[in-house]
Design a protein around this ligand. Structure first.
Ligand code: DC
Length: 215
């Protein structure tokens, strides 16, 4: 079974996806980390973040390895922490919107999705990477709550700067944000992580009943 979790930055995707994967014993795939790792390598190698063909060549020669639960590696380097730095936050939407980069990443993400039971988080999972996913959710939350959550993750940055940064990221990510028409919308603004996880688990349980009923 595939559980697709999409939504904007700060809506709670990573925390929820990790927790759901842990509870179900499913693999967890963080597709944003793949775009981030390529962005990190592009910075290291001096590749222009707007040069789609060069980025795709770089990514193809240096596939991202990930055990999203623990580490992310590219070109033999552990970049688990480096990919969360503000400089990567700033550049990753530019890299992620390059057509050639998306083609490469999508191919790899589909291969990983085909490995079996997984919870996959991103922006276009339910619509493009795994439209066959049995469970699709789209998480949203009010801007102030999303900025607050990012502040907890990035304590060194001022709240106002974070809100501006979030708006900028929403704009840059907009073309990649593809909400599947059949995704269940969950507004996490007033919900605890536990409550969101329970909602997703309930959808999984519901889906299992429907599927076994058909068989
Ligand atoms: O979820 P995140 O902040 O780690 O994502 C990093 C960037 O990658 C963000 O700019 C959106 C982009 N992304 C994407 O375009 N498609 C995905 N499936 C996942 C992330």
């Amino acid at each position: 079974m595939i559980v697709a979790i999409d939504g904007p930055a700060g809506a709670g995707k990573s925390t929820v996806a990790r927790a759901v994967a842990g509870r179900l014993g499913f693999r967890y795939l963080d597709t944003g980390a793949m775009y981030r790792a390529l962005t990190w390598l592009a910075c290291e190698r001096g590749v222009d973040p707007e040069d789609g063909p060069a980025l795709a060549a770089l990514g193809s020669a240096n596939p991202v390895e990930l055990d999203a639960e623990r580490w992310v590696r590219i070109a033999g380097t552990d970049v688990t922490e480096a990919i969360r730095l503000p400089e990567i936050d700033r550049l990753v939407p530019i890299v992620a919107r390059q057509h050639e980069v998306r083609l490469l990443m999508r191919e790899r993400q589909r291969e990983l999705a085909a490995l079996g039971d997984s919870v996959i988080e991103g922006r276009d999972i339910g619509s493009v990477i795994a439209p066959q996913a049995e469970v699709k959710v789209y998480l949203v939350a009010d801007e102030s709550v999303r900025a607050g959550r990012r502040l907890t993750e990035r304590p060194g940055i001022r709240a106002k700067a974070l809100t501006v940064d979030l708006r900028r990221r929403d704009e840059s990510d907009a073309p990649q944000m593809q909400r599947a028409p059949d995704a269940v919308l969950i507004d996490t603004t007033h919900l605890s992580i536990e409550q969101v996880v329970e909602k997703v688990e309930a959808l999984v349980a519901e889906r299992r009943v429907t599927t076994s009923g058909r068989g």
